[in-house]
Design a protein around this ligand. Sequence first.
Ligand SMILES: O=P(O)(O)OC[C@H]1O[C@H](O[C@H]2O[C@H](CO)[C@@H](O)[C@H](O)[C@H]2O)[C@H](O)[C@@H](O)[C@@H]1O
Length: 367
Amino acid sequence: MTNPNAVVSDTQSAIAMAITAAVNYSPSVPTSPCNITLFSRNKFPITKIIETAPGMGKNIAWVDAMRASSPTRRSSSEDNEDNKVWIMKHPSALGMFEEIMNAAKTKQVVIFLDYDGTLSPIVQNPDQAYMDPEMRKAVKNVAKYFPTAIVSGRRRAKVYNFVKLPELYYAGSHGMDIKGPSSRKHQEGSKNVVCQPAKEFLPMMSEVYKILMEKTNNIAGANVENNKFCLSVHYRCVEEQSWSELADRVKSVLKDYPKLKLTQGRMVLEIRPTIKWDKGNAIEFLMESLGYATSDDVLPIYIGDDRTDEDAFRVLRKRGQGFGILVSKLPKETSAIYTLQEPLEVMHFLQRLVASKRPIPQSHQQV
Ligand SMILES: O=P(O)(O)OC[C@H]1O[C@H](O[C@H]2O[C@H](CO)[C@@H](O)[C@H](O)[C@H]2O)[C@H](O)[C@@H](O)[C@@H]1O
């Protein structure tokens, strides 16, 4: 029997590209949704923005666009070589921990954390992407020493319900809904931090949500998630032969809403306002709110796993400050500097950050 909330492969979303190209997946892998683990070497191409509402041509079906960007299968020795080169370019943040700490020595570290795939493993039912209590404890401890923000595609209230730590900053809807902590020791007055750059889109988003629900309700497995300033149409549990139909229906809705655009994440189509505001803008805003807009004495660390996190990695690169850390087991094109393989490693990294702040007990000190 299928476990509706089984942890699924980080790369499962890449099956979108591999669906018909037999070379791209093992024939022994089952193809029905929600009980499968399919493999692809690179999920990044499918998470890019694929089209915006006004320009959606019938000929460039999104599934085809995804197929076109699918990597072809290569021999495992080539894979290993790729992995080696990639990991040299983006070393493990755990392996480089001392270097990171050296860079942080005289600076205030600020922590930005993506949620899905970073703090919680990817699961089939988005409503059940729970956080491990040990991970929660690690995040809670980190926030005792460093200003900490969650930056997620989820609606802010929903990601808060998973994380449940009032001392953090939360940027929901891919950064379009930011709020400061309801309790925080680091920054007095920070509870007033609020930013909703797409506020005027709210009635439109509610309207489109209802229409999408109606349009997709007879496609088995389709799930529309209302993330307030963006909408997620999940197809992880949709039979692959219906993906094209689902995409067509979503696109047909968007034809009437030229101010909305369609982007793609892991097994999810995302509908967002066309405004230029992403996770990168969100971290700029938060850095400014924390008083570090132009400071040299700050070291932001952003940990995320998805294409949307690349906007934040790029901002850090541009600032020439801090580090982006990509959570991935597979080589991917990224603007992050370091990598961690999975949420478990994220937890270990956070725990080490906390340990680095704790005084060494006298009995352990070297003389
Ligand atoms: O920015 P994030 O916090 O990473 O949020 C991005 C999207 O995450 C969620 O969807 C993804 O995770 C689900 C649970 O593991 C999985 O079922 C789904 O296939 C993934 O796409 C969330 O449900 C979306 O609303 C977020 O936009």
